[in-house]
Write a protein that binds this ligand. Structure first.
Ligand SMILES: Cc1cc2nc3c(=O)[nH]c(=O)nc-3n(C[C@H](O)[C@H](O)[C@H](O)COP(=O)(O)O)c2cc1C
Length: 170
């Protein structure tokens, strides 16, 4: 893969995240890593000056095994793929607690300094954690979302990461 500037990222997040999905991955070769599929998240800009920091926001429910890795590590990656939806469906319906789901999904981990991504990815965003906060019931102005998405009150944690490196397939 080759590194590009974040300003050259050309995906449409409205379709890339919501329709094509992405993998949230945290951990390293040495300490272990885990990954999960996500279709909720945002790409944009916040904080900093002169346009703000390039950032990604993701939402992880407390019961995800991946959450332990995201909480432990300073970095996480977001991997986007072309034509790997079956693998992402698998990684989004099996837990890394129960075995090597990455091998079962047919993906190949690749390791950078402090982060893990996948050789098959077309785009990798390496993110440095800036902010974590649990979503809280009182925060929902539209209470219908609580009933719709959180009947068990298992509210996601929101993570905002600065996009510190972008890799694309050569
Ligand atoms: C299409 C799709 C999108 C998903 N999006 C999210 C998400 O944004 N946040 C989340 O917490 N879980 C999401 N999930 C569920 C996790 O990917 C799933 O529970 C996964 O098995 C967790 O794996 P883990 O226990 O190894 O972390 C999604 C699942 C699928 C199939």
């Amino acid at each position: 893969m080759k590194e590009i500037d974040v300003s050259a990222v050309s995906i449409n997040p409205m379709t890339a995240i919501a329709k094509q999905w992405m993998l949230i991955t945290a951990g390293t070769e040495e300490t272990g890593y885990n990954t999960m599929t996500a279709s909720w998240g945002h790409l944009g800009s916040v904080w900093g000056h002169g346009g703000g920091l390039p950032t990604a926001a993701v939402y992880v429910r407390p019961q995800r095994y991946t959450k332990q890795f995201v909480d432990r590590e300073p970095l996480f990656t977001l991997c986007f793929f072309e034509g790997k939806k079956q693998a992402l469906a698998y990684l989004g319906s099996h837990s890394g607690r129960d075995g090597d789901k990455v091998a079962a999904a047919g993906l190949t981990p690749a390791f950078g300094e402090g982060y893990t991504y996948f050789e098959e990815a077309s785009l990798v965003l390496v993110c440095r954690k800036l902010y974590r906060a649990p979503l809280v019931e009182e925060g929902f102005l539209d209470k219908a979302i609580v009933e719709d998405c959180y009947p068990e009150r298992d509210f996601h944690d929101l993570y905002i990461g600065e996009i510190v490196k972008v890799l694309v397939k050569e």
